[in-house]
Structure formats: C-alpha cells, structure tokens
Design a binder for this molecule. Structure first.
Ligand code: UD1
Ligand code: CA
Length: 455
C-alpha cells in the first residue's frame, strides 16, 4: 500500500464571502469548513497532512489548531502555486491527495475509493469529477472522443462550447507525489486569471507521456465548493441531512429533519425523539429515551436518559436522568442538575447544583446556589446573589420548602427540612427543621371602604 499524504488548499482570500472571517473558518453544522476537510483527510492519510494558509492565516491556524502542520503561501498566485508551496513539506514517494479547504462535503468513502482507483490504475493524476446541471464557476473536464481525459479548462478560459460541458472538476485530486513535484514548476500563469492553476498539471503530465484519469462520482453534493454565503447555506442543508439521517439510522426519531439542527459531533441515544425547531449544538451528548423540543436550544451540554427538554435553552451544563424541563426554562453555564429534577416554566438556573428530585416548578431564579435533594421551590423564588459588587452563594439543604415569592439574600443557608413562609425576604440563615417568616403581619381594617366612601 502506498503512503498517502494530503495537501489542503486554504490560502485564498474568499472575497466572494464578503465577510471579515477567513472563508474556511465559516461553519457548516457547527464545524468549520477547514476542520471538516481536515478530518476527512485524516481518515485516509497514512502520512503528512499539510494545510496551505495565507490570507487571514491566524484565523485558520487557530481554528484548525496550532498542532497541525502548515505551509504559508505569502502571495495567492493560484492553486498550482499553493500546492507547490506545500509539496516542499510532503515526503517523497506514494500518493498525495489535494483537497480544497472550501469543499467540506467530500466524504471519506469517496476519497478512499478515488485513492484506490488511482493506485490501481497507475495514473500519474486522478481528478474527482461529477456531472452537474449547472456547472457555472467550476473547471470543466476536457475529454477526447474516446473518453480519455485531456485536461481541465477553467470557466474564465473556456470557449462557449467548453462552457457547455457538464462534467466538472471537484478540486480534489490524487497525484503521484514524485510526478506532481516534477511538473509543478512548469506551470504558467498565462491565463484569464493570471494565476498558476493546479488544474494545468494534468495536461502537462499528459504531454510528458503519463496517464491521467478521472474518478466520476454520482453524488454531486459532495463536490460543492463554497464561494459565497448562498452556497454556504446550501452546504449546511446537505450536511444537516447527512447528520440527521445518521442519527435516524441509529434509532433517533426526528419528526421534521428539515427543521432540526444537530451539530457535527453530537451524540444522541436510541429512542430519543427530537421535535421540530430544535438546535442541538456542538458538544452535546443526549441520552436515550429523551424528548428534546420542540424548540430546544442546547449547547455543550449533557442530558441524561429519559429527560424532557421542552422549548428550553441549556448551555454548558449537565442534566441528569428523567428531568422534566420547560417550557421556557433557561439553564446557563456551569449547572449540574441531578436526576428527576423539575425545572419548569420561566425558571432560570445559573452556576448551581440542584439535587435529586428537587422541584423548581415556575417563575424562579436560582443563581450561584447549592440546592439539595427533594427541595420544593414555590413560585417566584429569587436567589438574590448580587450585591452590585460581588456574587454570593445560596445553600438550600435537602428537603427544604421555599415558600412562594421568597427572596433568599445571599450569602444565606436554609437548613435541612426548613420552611420559609411565602413572601419572605430571608437575610439570615434558617436552621434545619425551622420555619422562617420574614414579612410584616397582615392588618385588616374592617369596613374600610364604607367608612372612607360611604354606603
Ligand atoms: C478551483 C479549480 C476549479 C474547480 C473548483 C472546485 C483551479 C484553478 N480551479 O476553482 O477547476 O472546479 O476549484 O471548487 O484550481 N487557494 C490557495 N491559494 C491560491 C488560490 C486558491 O490556497 O493562491 C485555495 C483557496 O483557499 C480554496 C482553493 O484553493 O480553498 C480553491 O480556490 P478557489 O479560488 O476557490 O478556486 P475556484 O475558482 O473555486
Ligand atoms: Ca472554490
């Protein structure tokens, strides 16, 4: 088996994106384009992967990671020039796969099959192609009458007849490393763009008597190159479908896949149902038998088996098993919610732990708190955690009962099994088993209206 290395081209300016961000750091289903391409390359490479960076290279490097290997293309003189810069770092022998950083939809299966085809056919170069109805913007594959590949012509340089060709260059290729190295310095920039085109290496190899092949694939989506925001949204749609179908095939029910947005690295257990309008972002791990949504917005969180998250937002937190949440709950970063907790409507929890079976049913703010198990929060409880300078913690021990409309002015502790009376503003610790009442007594003025306004 030949050694396989890869070059990922990502130095272009991406001007057509009209964005201050480098093109390849734009995300598709939550994962930057360049990371998609890199992770596919990683799956089939046995040797180095060199990413060519240039424009906004700090952004690209910090997105993909400092630990990866880069070649810097100082001036964007074209894809051929970019590949030449990277080739200096690619070891001799074997095969080098060239990929575009702006084509994130290429699959591992396609790359594997193309590399196998390339190695078996002993071609000097193999280009991955597809027939598409609207080939605008892509390089076209030129073939002889007998069907053998003659080269690639860029749209800008193509004659009207060539522009009608539907077979396009994906921008992904396999090359014999030594032969690519031998011809890459022969490229010329005498073309419509004034650039050194990598695509011209095919014709040069042919002129030198080598064979060149094309590996045509049926799924045109895989080849989609992203040059603007419209294409980015189209790629997102394709990727979304792939991600959602993979979850469905592993036992997740997704009621409306067109309206369900699941990040690339999300894990979901079998028999979980995801209802429409839900966004399950990067870093989420969802258990089995859950009901997520409608309109759940989850990011970087863990949800245990059998939990229900209805129209709620959970960020960077851990939620246990059989938790009932929402509608309209907001769990902010750094919460650990134990099993069988209820976090009901209009409840916000932040930087807090909540013990097993605790019920926070409605209209409550729990911030910077350590709440035990079996606690009951009455409606409208507020942990008063901020004194305008510092945040303070509230501790509520197991089995406490917090009456409706209690303010707990932190730092404060409510002991085990203690009660607070409805409408209390608690400023001092409440011992276990006690009842704290902190409100003025009710006064009733008999016949007050009649006395004031008459019969
Ligand atoms: C390129 C191909 C075209 C193919 C299409 C597929 C060439 C000449 N054309 O066109 O045949 O159909 O991709 O999407 O190769 N880049 C650099 N340095 C440069 C120029 C580009 O690193 O100097 C990188 C870009 O960042 C990008 C990739 O190469 O990731 C492709 O460049 P782009 O300008 O998008 O080429 P296309 O016009 O799409
Ligand atoms: Ca492109």
């Amino acid at each position: 088996m030949s050694n396989i290395s890869a070059i990922i081209l990502a130095a272009g300016s991406g001007t057509r994106m009209k964005s201050s961000k480098a093109k390849v750091v734009h995300k598709v289903c939550g994962k930057p384009m360049i990371n998609w391409v890199y992770s596919q390359a990683e799956k089939i490479c046995t040797d180095k992967i060199i990413t060519v960076v240039g424009n906004r290279r700090e952004q690209v490097i910090s997105t993909l990671g400092e630990d990866k290997e880069y070649a810097v293309q100082r001036q964007q003189l074209g894809t051929g020039h970019a590949a030449a810069v990277a080739l200096e770092k690619i070891p001799d022998g074997g095969v080098v796969i060239v990929l575009c950083g702006d084509a994130p939809l290429i699959t591992e299966e396609t790359l594997k099959a193309a590399a196998d085809f390339h190695i078996k056919s002993r071609c000097a170069a193999t280009v991955i192609t597809a027939d598409i109805d609207d080939p605008k913007g892509y390089g076209r594959i030129l073939r002889s009458e007998s069907g053998s590949v003659l080269g690639i012509v860029e749209e800008k340089d193509a004659s009207p007849a060539q522009r009608k060709i539907k077979e396009i260059n994906s921008g992904s290729y396999c090359f014999d490393t030594a032969l690519l190295r031998a011809v890459i310095s022969n490229l010329s920039n005498e073309n419509a763009a004034g650039e050194y085109y990598l695509t011209d290496t095919l014709a040069i190899l042919l002129e030198n008597g080598y064979e060149v092949g094309a590996f045509k694939i049926p799924d045109i989506n895989e080849l989609m190159g992203i040059n603007n925001m419209v294409q980015l949204s189209q790629a997102e749609r394709v990727m979304r479908k792939r991600i959602n179908e993979a979850h469905m095939l592993s036992g997740v029910t997704i009621i409306d896949p067109e309206n369900t947005y699941i990040g690339a690295d999300v894990k979901i257990g079998a028999d979980t149902t995801v209802l429409p309008g839900s966004i399950i972002g990067e870093g989420c791990v969802i258990g089995s038998g859950c009901i997520i949504g409608p309109n759940a917005n989850l990011k970087d969180c863990e949800i245990g088996d059998g939990s229900e998250i209805n129209a709620s937002t959970v960020v960077s937190s851990k939620v246990g098993k059989n938790v009932a949440m929402g509608p309209y709950a907001y769990v902010r970063p750094n919460c650990v919610i134990a099993d069988k907790v209820k976090v009901g409507d209009f409840v916000e929890v932040k930087n807090s732990t909540v013990g097993e079976g605790t019920k926070i049913a409605h209209l409550t703010y729990v911030g910077d708190s350590d709440v035990g198990s079996g606690v009951n929060f009455g409606c409208g409880t507020v942990t008063v955690n901020y004194d305008s300078k510092k945040k303070h913690r509230t501790t509520i021990k197991d089995g406490a009962f917090i009456g409706c409309n209690t303010n707990l002015v932190a730092p404060v502790t409510v002991g085990e099994g203690a009660y607070t009376a409805a409408g209390s503003t608690i400023t001092e610790d409440v011992p276990g088993d006690a009842l704290a009442i902190a409100r003025s007594r009710q006064t009733v003025k008999e016949k007050w209206r009649t006395k004031k306004y008459g019969e």
